[in-house]
Design a protein around this ligand. Structure first.
Ligand SMILES: NC(=O)c1ccc[n+]([C@@H]2O[C@H](COP(=O)([O-])OP(=O)(O)OC[C@H]3O[C@@H](n4cnc5c(N)ncnc54)[C@H](OP(=O)(O)O)[C@@H]3O)[C@@H](O)[C@H]2O)c1
Length: 327
């Protein structure tokens, strides 16, 4: 029987259990996929702890790649034997075989291997929608400054490369000198160790007092106020994650006082809610990866049964780039 990682209660890494899970035939609009690799994402931690609640028991995981084994009625864009990848709702990718909605699943181009596919779909499409579609009034032009927190992480190292391809000056923050170096090597033009430096003050120095047009902030509680202080007038804060915890309630008046700022709280899942939306965003990512402008840095691999260690490392800031679970 196929193996899967399930939780029966919310909690720490130890709530994850390896179980045997029967998998049936796909219904209308569904496919059955045999995974070759599974992507690890910080959202898996939020779902494991219950910060993002789901019904229990829950098979975790939002990203994977593999081969289509069976196709349900009405599915026209996939066939048995196709190499595919996805980032999706509902959770359930931490497993060997699953049935899922076909609208979330896309074919992998020939030049992209399945491990890369498993590592990049959620993180790469996130970098894509942030930099290309989550922009300030007037858009982003080559030479503009943006600030990207956690730039040595999974989304971060892809975003550094993507921003370089767009000609942006991406100021990276990261939690150690080595991570800052990694961000610079991937295309950031400046890097700040926000564990030892006041990042808002450094951003003002780097931009000669002007501030940045956008801050992409996945840290949440610890960086929210500092991120607002980095923005030029009319600048945009895209707060898209909570690695340090959720942002407490905010007095919106502060946005006026700091320069008529904008704040948005975007999620990938709005962008890929439809089959057409998924395909369009995936193709943007495939084009960047196929051209060589973006490489997918898989820095950690763990066997599926060692997923608890993978979560511990991700949560303790011990990982860089992308992480996959192998089967
Ligand atoms: N809204 C969306 O559409 C969307 C989609 C994908 C991802 N996300 C968010 O984007 C972020 C990055 O995701 P990822 O999977 O690529 O993870 P990741 O960036 O590889 O890992 C998270 C990083 O956050 C930093 N961090 C800062 N404070 C932290 C703390 N208190 N605890 C743990 N980490 C902390 C760490 O880097 P340093 O040591 O360098 O600080 C850590 O490596 C996550 O917050 C995730 O939820 C949002």
């Amino acid at each position: 029987m196929p193996r899967a990682i399930q939780i029966a209660a919310f909690g720490g890494p130890d709530v994850m259990q390896l179980v045997d899970l029967p998998v049936g035939e796909p219904g209308p609009g569904e496919v059955r996929i045999r995974h070759h690799a599974v992507g690890l994402n910080f959202i898996d931690v939020y779902q494991r702890t219950g910060l993002y609640p789901n019904a229990l028991p829950l098979t975790l995981g939002m990203e994977a790649a593999g081969v289509v084994e069976s196709v349900g009625a009405g599915v026209t864009h996939l066939q048995v034997g196709d190499r595919v990848a996805y980032a999706s709702q509902p959770p359930g990718s931490y497993c060997e075989v699953r049935v899922m909605p076909a609208k979330c699943v896309v074919q992998l181009p020939d030049g992209i291997d399945v491990e890369t596919g498993a590592a990049m779909m959620l993180k790469g499409m996130t970098a894509a929608y942030l930099l290309r579609r989550t922009q300030p009034q007037g858009g982003l032009q080559p030479g503009d400054f943006v600030l990207f927190h956690a730039a040595a992480g999974g989304v971060g190292l892809i975003a550094c490369q993507w921003a370089r391809a767009m000609g942006l000056n991406l100021i990276a923050t990261a939690g150690s000198p080595d991570k800052c170096l990694l961000a610079l090597q991937h295309g950031a033009t400046h890097a700040i160790n926000y564990r030892s430096e006041n990042f808002a003050a450094r951003v003002r120095e780097i931009t000669e007092g002007r501030g940045v047009k956008v801050v992409y902030d996945s840290i949440g509680k610890d960086t929210f106020e500092g991120s607002l202080d980095c923005l030029a007038p009319f600048g945009l804060l895209a707060t898209y994650g909570n690695a340090s915890g959720p942002i407490p309630p905010v007095n919106l008046g502060v946005l006026g006082a700091k320069g008529s700022l904008y704040v948005t709280r975007p999620t990938l899942f709005t962008h890929i809610a439809t089959r057409e939306g998924t395909q369009a965003l995936a193709e943007e990512l495939f084009a960047m990866v196929s051209s060589g402008a973006v490489t997918i840095p898989i820095a950690q691999r763990y066997p599926l049964e060692q997923v608890a260690q993978a979560h511990r490392d991700l949560e303790s800031r011990a990982t860089t780039g992308c992480t996959i679970l192998t089967l």
